[in-house]
Design a protein around this ligand. Structure first.
Ligand code: GLN
Length: 483
């Protein structure tokens, strides 16, 4: 049962081969048995899951149908869930039960999904390895000594290990695509504004975007359909109609123009990954795509710009965690300043504190022009590069990451080394573009992802290309040993 995709589950439920309650019980048992090896969940919500499953079965019995009706999923633990701990991977919010559901959570629940739990993540979504969580590191099911990627490492490890078919995640600089690449999944970061951020705990508001993590493009289409759409509660959400993503999966790739940026293949890329990306290019050529070399000249400036903008926004967003209104409060504060200092000093981990300090510095009077403003100018140049490229091509293709998943602890003493691993993913966030990562092969038994980027609101095109690729390759069907 645990091998089924969302699409297969929907067919099985419609054909009455099993009930959502049976499936939910089977997956909860599997999580109890296998998750201790992975640590992919922060909270399990068995009671909620069983009541949602029963309700979904009752809706089906009354004749209702729908691809998500009765489908078990989990939410990254930064989506607010009413009455359920929403920790954001932080000691600061260990005791926080959200008083309301995030729009994404509410929309998916209305579509009939069953919430199995809340998944582990880097603290406040800051990281690329899922090692900064207050609840401990997540392990990669492909090799338990390696990281699963971050910050959505819990969602990725759980889906890759077949503990559940799909999960929600968020991507501020790559946190959907990079863990997808590291665990052999398909992950989609939508266009900025496509999915509501209301109730999604903010890290860097101009970059954060929620999206689906699943094993296939077909499943990403199903989950995205349930997440996307205008939300009057999120002023950055965009009032554009949501297309039928599943309907466009079977479009022909004949004549599709794929741009391959030369900057994506420079020094720093593992040559074995470069070879696998070339293979995926050949595969797409066989399907009728036309390959064109392009250039994104400002890509080299993206990491420094991102690591000014994201911490700057984080320092502002995280100022609300002051030990007064909600979240962690230190013991026996001597006075107000002591309360602030110790609550934040004890409640936030090292990486979060580092980013708050960098961000506050970059925003301070006298430095604002030199850092934040300059980074925003680079951001515009990065976007302009993409706009020029999309005049010539329909899709941009390259590696998702320069290296496969590294060993747990390997980069702990060098945060900048970890930042550099985001080189191929952060540009899409700076420009607000949609991006997808899909399985492209293995290096030393560890999965490798190929990344596709498309113009604004062309999620359907990304899913179409990925689905056609997956009909003709079998990387995405490989299962980690022991799971
Ligand atoms: N690795 C990046 C960071 O640490 C991206 C994280 C994310 O997308 N949430 O900021």
């Amino acid at each position: 049962m645990h091998q089924m995709t969302l699409a297969e589950i929907a067919r099985g439920l419609a054909d009455k081969k099993f009930s959502s309650e049976e499936l939910t019980k089977a997956l909860l048992a599997r999580i109890a048995q296998l998750d201790p090896q992975l640590n992919s969940f922060i909270s399990l919500t068995e009671e909620l899951a069983l009541s949602q499953a029963k309700a979904a079965d009752a809706r089906r019995a009354k004749g209702e149908n729908g691809p998500l009706l009765g489908a078990p999923i989990a939410h990254k633990d930064l989506f607010c869930t009413q009455g359920i701990r929403t920790s954001c991977g932080s000691k600061m919010l260990d005791n926080f039960k959200a008083p309301y559901d995030a729009t994404v959570v509410a929309k998916l629940a209305a579509a009939g999904t069953v919430t199995l739990g809340k998944t582990n993540m880097d603290e406040f979504a800051m990281g690329s390895a899922n090692e900064s969580s207050h609840y401990g590191a997540v392990k990669n099911p492909w090799n338990l000594e390696h990281v699963p990627g971050g910050s959505s490492g819990g969602s990725a490890a759980a889906v890759a290990a077949r503990l559940l078919p799909a999960a929600t995640a968020t991507d501020t600089g790559g946190s959907i695509r990079q863990p997808a690449a590291f665990t052999n999944l398909t992950g989609l970061k939508p266009t900025y504004g496509r999915v509501s951020r209301w109730g999604m705990i903010a890290y860097a508001s101009s970059l954060d975007q929620g999206g689906p993590l699943a094993r296939t493009a077909e499943d990403c289409a199903i989950l995205l359909q349930g997440m996307a759409g205008f939300d009057p509660n999120d002023s950055t959400s965009i009032d554009e109609p949501v297309p039928d993503y599943s309907a466009s999966l079977n479009g022909s790739l004949q004549g599709l123009r794929i741009g391959v940026p030369k900057e994506y293949f420079g020094a720093g890329l593992d040559p074995r990954i470069a070879d696998l990306i070339q293979n995926s290019i050949k595969e797409l050529e066989k399907l009728g795509a036309v390959i064109k070399q392009i250039s994104l000249p400002n890509m080299q400036h993206a990491i420094p710009a991102y690591y000014v903008i994201a911490p700057a926004e984080a320092s502002s967003n995280l100022s609300r965690f002051d030990g007064v209104r909600f979240g962690y409060r230190c013991e026996n504060p001597q006075n107000l300043v002591d309360l602030y200092k110790r609550s934040r000093g004890e409640g936030f981990g090292a990486e979060v504190q580092r980013r708050i300090m960098v961000g506050a510095y970059a925003l301070s009077a006298g430095y604002y022009d030199a850092y934040y403003l300059k980074a925003q100018k680079i951001r515009r140049l990065v976007k302009n590069d993409f706009m020029a490229a999309f005049n010539e091509v329909d899709i941009i293709l390259g590696p998702t990451t320069p290296n496969p998943a590294w060993k747990l602890g390997a980069k702990n003493s060098d945060p900048v080394a970890e930042y550099l691993e985001d080189v191929y993913t952060i540009t899409a966030n700076l420009a607000g573009l949609p991006g997808l990562s899909m399985p492209a092969g293995f290096v030393d038994g560890l999965p490798v992802g190929v990344q596709l980027l498309a113009p604004y609101f062309q999620e359907g095109r990304l899913l179409n290309v990925a689905h056609q690729y997956q009909l003709n390759t079998d990387w995405h069907t490989r299962t980690p040993q022991g799971f």
